[in-house]
Design a protein around this ligand. Structure first.
Ligand code: HEC
Length: 123
C-alpha cells in the first residue's frame, strides 16, 4: 500500500504534467503560485506568505481590542490539512480544490517548514 502511495506521489510531482501543458513552471513555482492565488483568494492573505499564520483583522468592542487570527498551517499532518480545506468554516473561504491542488499546496507548505528548520540549524 505504501508503495502505491509513493508511486502515485512520484507521478503527481513528475514534471510531465506541466511539460505536456507547454508550461515552463517548475513544481516549486506552480506550488507557490497556487498558494498565492488559488481561485483568486490568496491563502497568504490570511495565513501569511509562508503559512506561518497571521492576524486577519482587529476590532474594538466594549473598549477591548480583539484579533481574528488565521492559524499557522505548516507542520500539519496531511489528512488534517485536507480535511480543513474540505470543511465549511465561518472565516475561511471554501475553495473546492482538486486532490492535485491540495497536494501541491501541502508540498509548498512542507517546504516552508524545511526552510525554517534549515535557517534554525545554521544559526
Ligand atoms: C479569509 C482568511 C483565510 C483564507 C483566505 C484562508 N484561510 Fe485557512 N483558515 C482561516 C482561519 C480563520 C482558520 C481557523 C478557523 C477555521 O478553521 O475556520 C483557517 C484554518 C485553516 C486550516 C486548518 C488549520 C489547523 O490547525 O487544522 C488549514 C489547513 C488552512 N486554513 C489552509 C488554508 C489554505 C491552504 C488556504 C488557501 C487555499 C487558506 N487556508 C485560505 C482563514 C483563512
Amino acid at each position: 500500500m505504501k508503495m502505491v502511495v509513493k508511486i502515485a506521489l512520484t507521478a503527481l510531482f513528475s514534471l510531465s504534467y506541466f511539460r505536456a501543458d507547454n508550461s515552463f513552471l517548475t513544481r516549486e513555482e506552480y506550488a507557490k503560485m497556487l498558494y498565492k492565488n488559488p481561485r483568486g483568494i490568496s491563502c497568504a492573505k490570511c495565513h501569511g506568505p509562508r503559512g506561518e499564520g497571521g492576524v486577519i483583522s482587529r476590532y474594538l468592542s466594549d473598549g477591548k481590542l480583539y484579533e481574528i487570527k488565521a492559524p499557522p498551517i505548516v507542520d500539519l499532518p496531511q489528512e488534517r490539512f485536507k480535511k480543513a480545506l474540505k470543511r465549511r468554516s465561518r472565516l475561511m473561504p471554501e475553495y473546492f480544490l482538486t486532490e492535485m491542488e491540495m497536494a501541491y499546496l501541502y508540498y509548498y507548505l512542507s517546504r516552508q517548514t524545511n526552510t525554517k528548520n534549515n535557517i534554525k540549524r545554521v544559526q
